[in-house]
Ligand binder design. Structure first.
Ligand SMILES: [Zn+2]
Length: 178
């Protein structure tokens, strides 16, 4: 067994020593994160040589985190997926009923048109579904008030603790999609 080659630090880990932030257009290399590791915001910032606020911005734009723990943890797999999606972001945006699949690199309809809603706050959450093409988990950050607009013909399973999202809420009781 040959060990995996180490990625040279000098290529990615440089910090400008002037206080002036140099705007780098190049996206960070997604592969720097280990997929089975959890990272704090500080660790992610250190790993990619970006500011902590940059990492927080990624989270705001949809990078999934563990919402139930402090400090907030980011799974390497999510990090890699998110950065790859950013890197290859194409101009197609998700239509109602679609979620961006990071493996297909395109908006995809979830398998069985089913998705789970996972609340993050009272008004914000993730739609989680399985890509109908490659079976990768897909995430779409949504605000609860906009859920009706983007749901398309999706059958969205709401958590039991969240009884109402409006008159068209379909609380699916027979879904074994977990
Ligand atoms: Zn896919």
């Amino acid at each position: 067994m040959t060990p995996l080659p180490l990625i040279p630090k000098s290529k990615h880990g440089k910090f400008a020593d002037s206080g002036v932030a140099v705007k780098r257009k190049r996206h960070p290399n997604p592969r720097l994160a280990k997929i089975h590791r959890n990272y704090t915001v500080e660790e992610v910032a250190g790993l990619y040589g970006v500011h902590r606020n940059t990492v927080r911005e990624w989270v705001k734009r949809g990078l999934p985190t563990s919402d139930d723990r402090r400090p907030m943890l980011i799974l390497g797999r999510d990090l890699v997926g998110y950065l790859q999606a950013q890197r290859t972001k194409n101009k197609r945006t998700c239509q109602p009923g679609e979620i961006y699949c990071v493996r297909c690199r395109a908006p995809k309809a979830p398998a069985g048109d089913m998705a789970d809603y996972q609340p993050l706050t009272a008004t914000l959450g993730n739609l989680i579904a399985i890509c109908s093409d490659c079976e990768t988990l897909m995430y779409r950050r949504v605000s609860l008030p906009k859920l009706k607009q983007i749901r398309g013909n999706l059958d969205i399973t709401m958590p039991q603790a969240l009884p109402h999202i409006g008159e068209s809420a379909q609380t699916s009781v027979n879904s074994d999609f977990r």
